[in-house]
Write a protein that binds this ligand. Sequence first.
Ligand SMILES: NC(=O)c1ccc[n+]([C@@H]2O[C@H](COP(=O)([O-])OP(=O)(O)OC[C@H]3O[C@@H](n4cnc5c(N)ncnc54)[C@H](O)[C@@H]3O)[C@@H](O)[C@H]2O)c1
Length: 465
Amino acid sequence: MEIKNICCIGAGYVGGPSMAVIALKCPNIQVNVVDVNQTRIDRWNEKDLNKLPIYEPGLDNIISKCRGENLHFSCEVEKNISKADMIYISVNTPTKTEGLGAGQAIDLKWVEASARKISEFANGQTIVVEKSTLPVKTAQTIQEILNCSNKKKNNTKTFHVLSNPEFLAEGTAINDLLHPDRVLIGGNNEQAIQSLCEIYSNWIDKSKIITTNLWSAELSKLIANAFLAQRVSSINSVTAICEATGANIKDVSSAVGADKRIGKHFLNPGPGFGGSCFKKDILNLVYICNHYGLNEVSNYWQQIININHYQQKRITGLIISKLFGTISDKTIAIFGFAFKENTNDTRESPAISISLELLQEGAKLKIYDPKVSFEQIKKDLAPNNQTLSHPPKVNNWEFYNDLYDATINADAIVILNNCEEFKDLNWSKISKNMRLPSWVFDTKGFSNTTEAEKFDINIWSVGEG
Ligand SMILES: NC(=O)c1ccc[n+]([C@@H]2O[C@H](COP(=O)([O-])OP(=O)(O)OC[C@H]3O[C@@H](n4cnc5c(N)ncnc54)[C@H](O)[C@@H]3O)[C@@H](O)[C@H]2O)c1
């Protein structure tokens, strides 16, 4: 089946960039990205490319080439569904906050709402592609919902559901989409699988396109994220051992990673993983394991999340203890609020939980991140933020556009992501700004802190014993 018109439901961190790349590489396909969030769509249509709703290196360039040509952003969900031969579901799939499975299971209400719309408004033969990360067997639910329209209205619509999970990483999304390690397509209809393969083979070598059954594709995405998060928790657990024993995490990482069987990637220490995916996907895996009575397996994966939480608690405890056991009325500069460099995404960022702990303890925070807006931080640290387990007592923080200004009168600096600007800091200037005794807590081991020592600044760098 030749695909001429694609509709993607969900204009988020995955829907936006992945459709932009399809539009770029498949000029003969019209790509319509739709969303219920009018503000988000307005920002995708902004003339000023600095105002796009998400920041990804290289994204603005593609948008400027394709938008208005074969790439369109709108809130006209029904109309664009009705025109499409292929519909991607790329909506949010957060952890349920209430009801059965709360705190672990995925809330599928946005996926279900999308499937219902497709069922009602699609025409003829339609391929439905799961792009969202979903619990294994969701394709069955989607197929059942899609078939409803035929039962009720005696239609003759045909739907083939495929699973095509996305493996991009924020901050490198465009590069990951242009040069993926693999593309995974799960399905049970050969013709539908071939249609999707043909789209990707416009720019991806066929040897990198893996086809499986639906359940393997759905499960592989959860397992890939669980393995990545496992490496983060593993190396972070080793930072605690290094600090206790006098070993150095950088030496240990490079010695361990030199073994080809282990590999050197994803062995960098830090304040724990963030982002919208790792935690929710592992919680979902834990839930699925429990559902199938695999309690030991579920306990194993739960431990990855426990270590992540432990690392963040360990770091705040350490900051307080180094600052003489109290940070009440002390000023702490936070460098980096997004969960990683080169993104404006703060979802599940360790900076949120660490900032909240510091605020609870009475500190005043001066926050700097080159990609995150004041409005976003305000939402994340709002005392009435219902999603937080312990909202701050006070809103005692300020936002800075200049990182050096943020260090004026600070007792400490906490570096929380690998933003390029933090690599080579002017410690002479910073030392003059700070109050004595001054501390730098480099939770990524990324900054040129050995330089800082020359200016009588005390350093704690993660995993340095
Ligand atoms: N962010 C990542 O790095 C990443 C990577 C791989 C996979 N994923 C997965 O991709 C999915 C999407 O993630 P995201 O980060 O893009 O989420 P997001 O929250 O940035 O975007 C989802 C969008 O879907 C829209 N939406 C929800 N229901 C809708 C509906 N019924 N009709 C129209 N629009 C609707 C929302 O308004 C939102 O704009 C999730 O399942 C996630 O786990 C995310």
